[in-house]
Each structure stands twice: as C-alpha cells, then as structure tokens.
Design a protein around this ligand. Structure first.
Ligand SMILES: [Mn+2]
Length: 327
C-alpha cells in the first residue's frame, strides 16, 4: 500500500460523498462490526447525515454493547445508489452476501481491510495485511481526517482490535497495535469492559455447544494437527446458533505441540464451514484459498460442499500436505 497517497484518496472520496453505505462481512465479527460502527459514528460526527450500515447477518449477541449496534440494518432500501460504499474487513465482495450488488452499484467503493488481497473490487484499496485489525486502519484514516475520537468511536475500534488479536495474545499484535489501543483507551474506550463483553459473556447454549464440540476433539498421531467437527445435532442439543461457535477454535489451538487447529461445523445449508488456525511458520491462508476461502497467515476460513466426515478427511490430508511443504 502506497500509504500516504491511498489515505489521501480515501479522504477525498469521503469528503465528496453525501450518501454512504457501510458493509461488514457475512457472519460479522467484532472487527467487521467495530470498524463499520466506528466509521458510522465518525461520519455522523463530521456532519454526514446519510449513513447506512447493512449486514447480511444480524449482530451477534456478544457485540450488542457496541454503541448504536441497532443501526445495523439487515435489509437495504431498494432503488438507492450510494455515493460511496465502504466495504470493511473483507477481501472478496461476495463476503458482503446479499448486499454485494448494492455495494457494487455505488458510485465509488472504498475497501478497508487487512486480509490477503483476493479480488480488486474497489476504487480505493486501503489494505494492509500487517495491520492486526481493520479497526487499526480505520483509526489511522480517522486520525488523518482529524476526526475527534469520541468514546463511542473508541469503543467500536478497540473492540475490533481486541477481537482480532484475541486480546493482544496473537502474534499479529504489533507495537503500533498497542499504541493505537492506548490512544483508544485514552479516548474513552473501556478495555476491561470490552474484554468482558467479548470473551466472558457467553450464553448457556454457547458453553454447552463448546462442551459438545470439544468432546469431538481429535488429533493426528504426531499431534501436529488437531480438530473438532461439530455435527448439526450438537447445535440442536445445545439449542445453539451458528454464531455461537465463535472462539471454539481457540480452545483447540491452545493445546501444547499442535501446529494447525481446525474447527469444522455443519451449516444449515448443507455445507461445512471450517475455521483454521496455525502457529509460527505454518500458514493457513493459502490452505483456505484452495477451497475458495481466505484470511490471514495464521487464521483463515473456508467452506466445503461435502459431508462433515468427508470435509474432515480432506482438510486433515491437505493440512498435512501443506505443513510438509511449508517446513
Ligand atoms: Mn479483521
């Protein structure tokens, strides 16, 4: 990213536009929602009145503390062309789900993202894979725009960073991440409150599902790959939603000695969704890309159109092949 120039162009587009569409990705996480809502508050702050946030999926319960989360709309108004679509935390516009077409129809598209680039869909690409979270880039953009950081903006952006760094535990956390987090705390974001909301307010059904998921834990004989596979009936038994699988893969990853951790789950639409995590030199983004997924070096995801058992077999095999070739 030719940084200064890209920020300048992003700022020019924002200055010119009157109507804004902000689009987080499918199954939005804390970074997608925090970035989207941080921008929403900031644009309001500088006097832009027509700002719409649309999401394919509803806001997961654990993020319903974000200021103005109720303004995230699931349906979009038809026959509207927005001046600027701001697409956050996604490297492919298909990740916008049912709002993809509306975003494409905007007069200009600004992408703010930190995933490995896949599809060049935007007019301005504010993309930096070294950023721990998209919220970091939103922070840098707002600073460059001289937007005063309100506690609302700070809360949204710090939530994005806390989510994507697993509370500063993942190796994506850089000195810059910590400096930005400090500035956000200074601006009024409550770090311990955010941590509690994101990591310690699981529903009963989510904890129950975690138990059922972990009871399926397996690993390869050398212990290098570990995974859980969550069948449909586990969701039924726990009365849990899909979104309540968030974070389960981190328990799989927490074991000693393993290099690749995977969480596979049966989706209601007959596909299998996989979350992949790795340590150190082994990367999982390219592994996910083999199945049209994507992500970061150490955290990625993909969808397979097979049965759960078959997906397990394929992914374990491919992960092993990938590990052998990358070490
Ligand atoms: Mn992110």
């Amino acid at each position: 990213m030719r940084s200064r120039d890209t920020f300048r162009r992003a700022i020019a587009h924002i200055a010119e536009a009157e109507s804004f569409l902000i689009v987080p990705h499918l199954h939005p996480d804390g970074d997608a929602l925090g970035s989207a809502l941080g921008l929403y508050h900031a644009l309001k702050q500088i006097g832009k009145t027509a700002v719409t946030v649309v999401s394919h999926d509803s806001v997961p319960e654990i993020y319903r503390f974000l200021p103005d989360w109720e303004h995230v709309q699931l349906e979009h108004p038809h026959h509207t062309t927005y001046d600027l679509a701001i697409v956050v935390d996604q490297s492919q516009l298909s990740r916008a789900g049912k709002h993809e077409r509306l975003a494409r129809a905007a007069r200009a598209i600004l992408q703010i993202d930190h995933h490995m680039p896949l599809e060049p869909f935007a007019d301005v690409r504010l993309v930096d894979t070294a950023a721990a979270a998209t919220a970091e880039l939103v922070y840098r953009l707002l600073r460059a725009m001289h937007v005063p950081l309100t506690p609302e903006i700070a809360t949204c952006l710090l939530t994005g960073i806390v989510t994507d760094t697993f509370s500063f535990k993942f190796p994506n956390t850089t000195p810059r991440t910590l400096r930005i987090a400090a500035a956000l705390q200074q601006a009024g974001a409550d770090l311990s409150f955010i941590n509690e909301q994101v990591f310690e307010t699981r529903s009963f059904s989510a904890v129950k599902l975690l138990g059922l998921a972990l009871s399926t834990l397996q690993r390869t004989s050398d212990g290098a790959i570990a995974w859980v596979a969550i069948p449909r009936r586990a969701f039924e038994e726990a009365h849990a939603h899909e979104e309540e699988t968030e974070g389960i893969v981190n328990f799989v990853r927490s074991q000693r000695g393993e290099q690749v951790a995977m969480m596979l789950r049966d989706s209601p639409n007959g596909t299998v969704r996989a979350s992949l995590r790795s340590r150190g030199k082994v990367t999982v983004a390219q592994l996910a890309q083999q199945f049209d997924g994507g992500g970061h070096e150490n955290a990625a995801g993909c969808t397979l159109e097979t049965s759960l058992a078959e997906a397990e077999m394929i992914l374990v095999q491919e992960a092993r092949r990938w590990m052998e070739s990358s070490t």
